[in-house]
Write a protein that binds this ligand. Structure first.
Ligand SMILES: NC(=O)c1ccc[n+]([C@@H]2O[C@H](COP(=O)([O-])OP(=O)(O)OC[C@H]3O[C@@H](n4cnc5c(N)ncnc54)[C@H](OP(=O)(O)O)[C@@H]3O)[C@@H](O)[C@H]2O)c1
Length: 231
C-alpha cells in the first residue's frame, strides 16, 4: 500500500507568491503560518513594504519571460518548492464584451495569461520534486454574463494552461483556483449564497500546494455562484 505524508506539509518548503494584491498577501501570510520560507514578489517596491513580517520580498515582473525566469532562479536557499501566481495583470475596461472591445485592449487584459504562462514555463525543471504551481483563473470562464466575455475567455485560457502544463511538465503539479464574488460588497451579497474573502482563496491555494495527489485541477472558490441567485 502506498501512503502519503500529510500533516504540516508546507513546513520547511520554499514558497514564492507572485502578486501583492489581497489574495497574494493572504496566501503569503498563510504559507508563513504553515512553516514555509516565503517570498512575495511584486512590481512595486512601495506595495512590498507592506508585507507581513517574516516574508521575504523581491521586485520583479513576470510579464517579461526573462523576468519570470529571474523570479524562479534558485537564490541562496536553493530551489523553490511551490509557486502561487496571484498577480492581477492589467485591468483595462472590457465591458463591451468580445465584439465591442478593441483587440488591442483585449490583448492588454491577457497580461495575466502571459505572466502565468511565462511562470509555468520557467518552473519546468526549476522546482524541487513534489513542487507545484497554482494559477488564478475566475468563475466567468464557465459562467458567461454581460460584459464579461473577455475576462471569461482569459480565465478559460488560464485553466487550459493549468491542465496542459500538468500533463506536459509532470512530475511538476499545476492547478488553478477559480474565484468568484470574493470580497463582494455587502449590498451585493444576494448574488451568491456564501460570499468569500481573500483568505478563503488563500486557504485553497495552500491546500493545493500541500496535497501531493492533486494536479491538473481547477477548484472553484466562488461562494456557490453556480447555484445562481439564492433568492
Ligand atoms: N474577486 C473575485 O471574486 C475575483 C474573481 C475572478 C478573478 N479575480 C482576479 O483576481 C486577481 C487578484 O485579486 P486581488 O484582489 O488579490 O488583487 P488586487 O488587490 O486587485 O491586486 C492585484 C495585484 O496584482 C499585481 N500585479 C499586476 N500585474 C502584475 C505583474 N505584471 N507582475 C506582478 N504583479 C502584478 C498588482 O500589483 P502592482 O500593480 O503594484 O504590480 C496588484 O498587487 C484580480 O486580477 C482579479 O481580477 C477576482
Amino acid at each position: 500500500m502506498t501512503t502519503t505524508k500529510h500533516g504540516p506539509a508546507l513546513a520547511g518548503t520554499r514558497v514564492l507568491v507572485v502578486g501583492t494584491g489581497k489574495m497574494g498577501l493572504a496566501t503569503a501570510r498563510q504559507a508563513l503560518a504553515a512553516g514555509a520560507d516565503v517570498t512575495l514578489s511584486g512590481r512595486c517596491r512601495d506595495r512590498l513594504a507592506a508585507v507581513p513580517p517574516g516574508v521575504r520580498t523581491v521586485v520583479g515582473d513576470p510579464e517579461d519571460p526573462e523576468g519570470a525566469v529571474r523570479l524562479l532562479e534558485p537564490a541562496g536557499g536553493g530551489p523553490l518548492d511551490h509557486v502561487a501566481v496571484l498577480a492581477g495583470g492589467a485591468r483595462p475596461s472590457t465591458a463591451r464584451g468580445i465584439a465591442g472591445t478593441p483587440v488591442a485592449v483585449a490583448g492588454e487584459a491577457f497580461a495575466r495569461f502571459w505572466l502565468s504562462y511565462h511562470l509555468v514555463r520557467a518552473a519546468a525543471g526549476r522546482l524541487r520534486d513534489g513542487g507545484s504551481v497554482t494559477l488564478l483563473s475566475g468563475s466567468s470562464s464557465r459562467r458567461p454574463s454581460d460584459g464579461r466575455g473577455v475576462w471569461g475567455t482569459l480565465h478559460g485560457a488560464i485553466e487550459a494552461l493549468a491542465r496542459n502544463a500538468a500533463y506536459e511538465l509532470g512530475p511538476l503539479r499545476v492547478n488553478a483556483v477559480s474565484p468568484g464574488g470574493i470580497g463582494v460588497h455587502p449590498a451585493n451579497r444576494q448574488l451568491i449564497a456564501h460570499p468569500g474573502q481573500p483568505d478563503d482563496v488563500a486557504a485553497m491555494v495552500i491546500a493545493l500546494m500541500a496535497n501531493p495527489a492533486v494536479t491538473a485541477t481547477v477548484v472553484d472558490v466562488d461562494g456557490g455562484e453556480f447555484l445562481g441567485d439564492p433568492g
